[in-house]
Design a protein around this ligand. Structure first.
Ligand SMILES: *[C@@H]1O[C@H](CO)[C@@H](O)[C@H](O)[C@H]1NC(C)=O
Ligand SMILES: *[C@@H]1O[C@H](CO)[C@@H](O)[C@H](O)[C@H]1NC(C)=O
Ligand SMILES: *[C@@H]1O[C@H](CO)[C@@H](O)[C@H](O)[C@H]1NC(C)=O
Length: 630
């Protein structure tokens, strides 16, 4: 009973004369409330769904009917009312406004939080009208206001000019076009971290503001006490940011960022919490494209592996094409000084390079995944069903070998990063809704009002103590893969703290086995602007044209067939995409009614690969797709 009075005391300052039952819960982690004291009116049960949206690129200069060669700012041309789909033009406000209306009408009450991965200003692509810093801030403010107008806590806004309270968390991050000149981001604090701390004030938890001003990164508890979203400032990892130099040197902000991330994940593990990572520029690394400085990729991949019990998954934008990437922990070599840039070819070449990577994934013995799915205790597969005959034993050996190669039955050798396509209609405007497992979360509340989360004293204490204490001189903490590489006699110690792996008794994390917070699937939405503009031309739409988002695909459909979004499911999909095509005997129309196999009677065809490429371009008709191999 005492704690209830304490709580009332805490509330008293902010909201006098209101009964406890009407207060939003965001102030206090629900775990601090005595069991059974959650009043009905206080409950905000998790819904098991969130929105990922990225790369709006709003442009106030966009004019319908202008030339796409002039950034859709001038001249005469085909630029449409809602944008010039399939071009490099930025997004008109009509598209931005209508997208927010659609979100308000269709998603507002369905989602627990919003992941918003940057590039919320136009490109600097018009020599006649260069961008200004104020324009970048103003466009970011515009989008922030839109989120606030949808998700402001009812009845709170009008009462004061204080920071608006959000009914669900919205988590932003810096894009390479949210700064000037684009790509160049200096060590913080700087004018960008300071001004965005103001613009994003309602989105950054109070106890994270200092951190944000220092480095442009922060953590938000989206399900208090259970799930955090970590907003990375990928500008410090980005190869094109010439103001910084990777993650190895202690003087670099990238080094500091990785240290901070390591400590965050360590704290979350100690609190038995899980984390979603998000950022703008994804860690692409193939023969055709490398986005991050290699030293940052190395640490990131190692961190993902060591904290594989904590991290649920990672979400990025920037590349505007829908795809995913696997980070392979066997590619971690902590002594590497590799630099070297790979030039960017076309997007299709990049996708081909991913396919090439995936074609050399360890090849699964037939039936292995069905078997893994049906077995609940995966300690040792061969013990589950010991083979009796010689051939059976050989088969078992093959399976064991395969499992060793992929890091055990959960494929823990790998981690996955997802890239959502953009809102700006480089193809069609697009957004993604991700479903996650809410088993056992009946009594937890989703987060609200990031601005007033009580700072967790134990957390900040741990934070400082940890930073001052050397963690590993102990080789037992070095991942076995790395120990092996260094050979026996001379063990070189890494020049940074290698994070501790999960305890040997820890069950696999939500990225690896389906449990609370595991991503179950996503729905990709798009708006067919070509169709809309046709309708507008025949004035079917009237004075107040609206846009609609429709489902492009879901991850559990006939093509992707993903039963969840665990790493093993992505491994299977990647392996299927990497497979060689088979020759088609006769014309087939695939289950979605797409007819791209029509013209391909003789050439080998891999329909999963074809779908992957089509989806990369959000279903927009792209020239030359037919020329892609198989
Ligand atoms: C979009 O909304 C903003 C307010 O948020 C308004 O100022 C602007 O006129 C709208 N533009 C269009 C084209 O709807
Ligand atoms: C969520 O996780 C639980 C516990 O592992 C599992 O039993 C359940 O099937 C999962 N739910 C879904 C919808 O996959
Ligand atoms: C978009 O609309 C156009 C015109 O109606 C149509 O030809 C095209 O197939 C549609 N694309 C998709 C992916 O639905």
């Amino acid at each position: 009973m005492q704690s209830i009075f304490l709580l009332l005391g805490l509330f008293a300052d902010a909201v006098s004369a209101s009964p406890l039952g009407q207060q939003p819960l965001g102030h206090i982690s629900p775990t601090e409330l005595p069991a059974g004291q959650l009043a009905e009116g206080l409950r905000k049960p998790v819904r098991g769904r969130f929105l990922h949206i990225t790369d709006f690129h709003p442009d106030r200069l966009y004019k319908a009917g202008t030339s796409i060669d002039r950034s859709c700012h001038r001249g005469n041309g085909p630029a449409g009312y809602f944008g010039a789909e399939g071009t490099d033009c930025d997004a008109p406000l009509s598209l931005v406004n209508e997208t927010f209306r659609w979100i308000e009408e269709n998603l507002k009450d369905e989602i627990d939080f919003v992941i918003w991965t940057g590039d919320s200003a136009r490109h600097d692509n018009d020599e006649k009208i260069p961008r200004t810093a104020n324009e970048i801030m103003e466009l970011n403010t515009l989008l922030s206001q839109k989120w606030i107008s949808i998700f402001v806590e009812e009845g709170v806004r009008e009462t004061s000019n204080a920071v608006p309270r959000m009914s669900i968390p919205v988590i932003p991050t810096f894009g390479n076009n949210d700064i000037m000149p684009h790509n160049i981001f200096n060590e913080g604090p700087n004018k960008w971290t300071k001004r965005f701390a103001e613009i994003w004030n309602p989105f950054i938890p109070e106890d994270q503001r200092h951190t944000f001003v220092e480095g442009g990164w922060f953590t938000a508890e989206v399900v208090p006490g259970r799930l955090a979203v970590i907003s990375l400032n990928t500008m410090y990892f980005f190869d094109s940011n010439s103001a910084v130099d990777g993650c190895n040197a202690k003087s670099e902000p990238g080094y500091e960022h990785m240290e901070w991330l390591r400590v965050q994940l360590k704290i979350l593990r100690s609190r038995n919490m899980k984390a979603i990572l998000m950022g703008h520029v994804p860690p692409a690394r193939s023969s055709e494209k490398k986005n991050w400085d290699e030293t940052c990729w190395q640490k990131y991949t190692l961190w993902m592996h060591q904290y594989r019990d904590v991290v649920v998954g990672s979400l990025y934008g920037h590349m505007n094409i829908d795809h995913f990437m696997l980070q392979d922990n066997n590619k971690v070599d902590i002594d590497s000084k590799a630099h070297g840039k790979v030039s960017i070819n076309s997007k299709a070449d990049y996708l081909e390079s991913l396919r090439n990577q995936w074609s050399s994934l360890p090849s699964p013995p037939s039936g292995i995944f069905d078997e893994l799915d049906s077995v609940s205790d995966l300690g040792d597969l061969s013990e589950v069903e010991p083979a009796k005959d010689k051939r059976g034993k050989k088969k078992d050996k093959k399976k064991q070998k395969f499992l060793e190669k992929i890091g055990g039955p959960w494929a823990e050798r790998y981690s996955v990063s997802l890239v959502s396509p953009s809102l700006v209609p480089n193809f069609f405007p697009s957004l993604r809704v991700i479903d996650y497992n809410i088993t056992g979360l009946d009594d937890v509340a989703r987060g609200a009002d990031a601005s007033t989360h009580a700072a967790d004293d134990t957390t900040s204490g741990l934070d400082h103590a940890e930073i001052d204490t050397p963690e590993t001189g102990d080789d037992s903490l070095t991942p076995p893969e790395i120990q092996k590489k260094k050979g026996k006699g001379k063990k070189k110690k890494p020049k940074f703290k290698v994070p501790e792996p999960p305890s040997s008794t820890a069950p696999p994390g939500p990225a690896y086995s389906n449990q609370a917070f595991t991503w179950l699937g996503y729905t990709q939405y798009f708006s067919n602007l070509t169709k809309l503009h046709e309708q507008l031309a025949t004035s079917e739409q009237g004075d107040n044209p609206r846009i609609d988002y429709e489902i492009e695909y879901t991850t559990n459909d006939d093509v992707y067939q993903m039963k969840d979004l665990t790493v093993r499911s992505f491994f299977q999909l990647a392996a299927r995409i990497g497979e060689e095509g088979v020759e088609e005997k006769q014309t087939e129309v695939n289950s979605q009614g797409a007819d791209w196999s029509l013209s391909k009677k003789k050439k080998p065809v891999n329909n999963v690969w074809r779908a992957f490429v089509r989806r990369a371009f959000v279903g927009f008709p792209v020239d030359d797709l037919d020329d892609l191999d198989g």
